[in-house]
Design a protein around this ligand. Structure first.
Ligand SMILES: [Zn+2]
Length: 425
């Protein structure tokens, strides 16, 4: 009856491969391509599909279950063609690398090292393994580590492949205990407006504004979007990692902030009944005429999408759904009367040209995001708003242990409330 979903994720990593194993993995992906082509060729020749797996496996220089996976993928492509006939007949003449598909604990294995890394072992060829450690975003590494340590997770198949000459591993994981509530089944919508120096939140229910909050983080400003550049270890010059460099330090600082802010958003949202956290979908921004200085500034001053994704991941682990809306006019619409005009907004001040409403413009935008989401996703009505509560502001502490691990459970730990502050007039 609901649109609840199992929590399934594909986690992407780069492979930091030990010694000279990289060519072994590359050879295996070429062999995977040959197996794929051979399967397609036999199927086109009219060979009985039931006979194909054995026939191909006899010659394949790959681990058996990996061969089976690739054959199944190729036959699946043929089946699709016969069924739908709209993608063109799969070709058996392509060359180059093909993803090496493997079952967990058969074709590949993962384990936690004493250093807190995740080690991998991929059976590239029979009795020939490629080993090393995984590298990637903290979000994906965190999830994988949870999956390795917890019974509530199932690690599934993975694909080893080369992307822009880099070896990668894409791992499927399923959380067997947690489902994410369907977003259509929400009682509170939390609009999240991400800016270059703060995040504004407003929780709206059918009864009106439940609460509102602005989280400031001025120190992140100068860091820009380094977050998504994966940490690649500096393997030469005797350096083991970038950790000791200034850049590495700054990068960890931003990541640390993002994790704390995103955790704060999720925990704040959890106090409300059946929350759904809603963001602006910037993909919809490209064609929008609202793409002005404000949007540019936001995009260039903060790992904007990183914060959205980080929050969305953390929310899903709490069973909280996330929604996305078109950002058009969210910053120019009056949250009280709906009057929309560019001149309404002047930096952090919003002054409606139609009604008398004045207020914090980012908070106003978060109201508008929530309103849009209610219209888009919910069956209940947007509440009538006559006024907005005072803006409560919290600010990330300027100093603080940047290097400290951030995994403990931390309601508002590390936050310093500035107290309730009125909207400056
Ligand atoms: Zn107005």
């Amino acid at each position: 009856m609901t649109d609840a979903q199992a929590l399934v994720k594909t986690l992407d990593f780069q492979l930091n491969i030990q010694s000279d194993n990289e060519s072994l993995l590359y050879d295996a992906t070429l062999e995977a391509r040959r197996v794929y082509n051979e399967t397609i060729r036999l199927a086109k020749e009219g060979v009985d599909w039931n006979a194909i797996p054995d026939r191909v496996a006899d010659d394949a220089h790959l681990v058996k279950n990996t061969t089976q996976r690739i054959v199944a993928k190729a036959l699946g492509a043929m089946e699709n063609y016969y069924e739908y006939d709209d993608f063109g007949l799969p070709s058996h003449t392509k060359d180059g690398a093909y993803p090496l598909r493997a079952n967990y604990k058969e074709g590949y294995n993962l384990s936690l090292t004493d250093d807190g890394d995740v080690a991998f072992r991929i059976s590239a060829k029979p009795y020939n393994h490629v080993k090393g450690v995984l590298e990637g975003s903290d979000v994906h590494l965190d999830i994988l580590k949870s999956a390795l340590e917890s019974d509530g997770w199932k690690i599934g198949t993975a694909e080893a492949l080369f992307h822009n000459d880099n070896a990668e591993l894409h791992v499927n994981v399923t959380n067997t205990e947690q489902t994410v509530r369907g977003k259509l089944d929400s009682r509170t919508v939390v609009g999240v407006d991400v800016n270059e120096d703060n995040v504004a939140l407003t929780a709206l229910s059918e009864d009106g504004v439940e609460d509102t909050l602005v989280i400031g983080f001025p120190e992140i400003k100068f860091e820009r979007h380094r977050y998504f550049t994966m940490r690649k270890r500096v393997q030469n010059a005797g350096k083991d990692s970038t950790h000791d460099t200034l850049e590495g330090h700054k990068e960890r600082f931003v990541r640390d902030r993002l994790h704390k802010v995103s955790r704060h958003i999720v925990e704040w949202s959890q106090q409300f009944e059946k929350p759904c956290i809603v963001f602006e979908d910037l993909k919809e921004m490209r064609d929008s005429i609202d793409y002005g200085t404000r949007m540019n500034r936001r995009l260039h001053h903060l790992p904007f999408r990183a914060l959205q994704f980080c929050t969305s991941y953390k929310a899903s682990f709490e069973g909280i759904p996330t929604g996305w809306i078109n950002p058009e006019y969210t910053s120019q619409r009056c949250p009280i009367c709906g009057h929309t005009e560019r001149a309404n907004r002047n930096k952090k001040r919003f002054k409606c040209k139609d009604c008398s409403h004045q207020g914090h413009s980012d908070r106003g935008a978060s109201v508008n995001i929530a309103v849009k989401s209610i219209k888009k996703h919910q069956k209940w009505n947007v509440p009538a708003l006559n006024s907005l509560p005072q803006v409560q502001k919290v600010r990330r502490r300027a100093s603080g242990a940047v290097d400290a691990p951030t995994v403990t459970h931390p309601t508002a730990r590390g936050y310093q409330a500035d107290g309730r502050m009125g909207v400056s007039d």
